[in-house]
Design a binder for this molecule. Structure first.
Ligand SMILES: [Zn+2]
Length: 191
């Protein structure tokens, strides 16, 4: 199971490198829910876990707005805040902190020209991206249940994996349609 999933993930990542110019180290933009998830499930080191998922070195980013949001959440999130503070900061233009999803949507932009993968546990946010014009829309559904693996990684993977596959899906769908006759490989990715 795991190997199969990993293959699928890698294939998705490959698609993004070939078709959209994503390059290693892969940049992963993390929101508070994602960081909190990693911290609370003790998925460490986080970059190694995400890296395994994507099949290459990664650099994890967050934004000042995400940090501000975590800070507002108080003591229960202090550990997550500390962890998030150790990530690189992707520049956003918000002098006054915006809600994290708005901030991250802007950082991604319509075209995701910075080639970010997005790490989030926020279902609504994912859904929003799926519905928008953003090419980062997702296929995370299947990932959500996908956890039979050793605790620590599974969650990160699922998270990041869901995300990244999400990213994959909209593009891949189109692509798969064109090549529907090739069947299996495309199919797997899409479904
Ligand atoms: Zn911001």
């Amino acid at each position: 199971m795991r190997v199969k999933r990993q293959k699928k993930n890698r294939r998705t990542v490959r698609f993004f490198t070939v078709c959209f110019g994503f390059r290693q180290p892969f940049k992963v933009l993390c929101d508070g829910t994602f960081v909190h998830h990693l911290v609370s499930k003790e998925i460490t080191p986080a970059d190694a876990a995400v890296s395994e998922l994507l099949g290459g070195p990664v650099k994890l980013f967050t934004t000042r707005c995400v940090l501000a949001e975590l800070q507002k959440l108080g003591k229960d999130y202090s550990e997550s805040l500390e962890a998030a503070q150790m990530l690189s900061t992707a520049t956003c233009e918000h002098e006054e902190a915006k809600p994290a999803d708005e901030c991250l949507s802007e950082v991604l932009g319509i075209k995701n020209s910075e080639h970010f993968f997005l790490g989030t546990q926020d279902f609504e946010f994912r859904k929003k991206l799926q519905q928008g014009p953003n090419p980062l829309s997702c296929m995370k559904k299947k990932k959500v249940n996908d956890t039979k693996r050793p605790q620590s990684k599974s969650k990160a993977e699922h998270k990041a994996g869901g995300q990244e596959e999400k990213n994959g899906e909209s593009g891949l769908k189109k692509r798969t349609r064109k090549r529907s006759k090739k069947g299996k490989s495309g199919q797997e990715i899409t479904e």
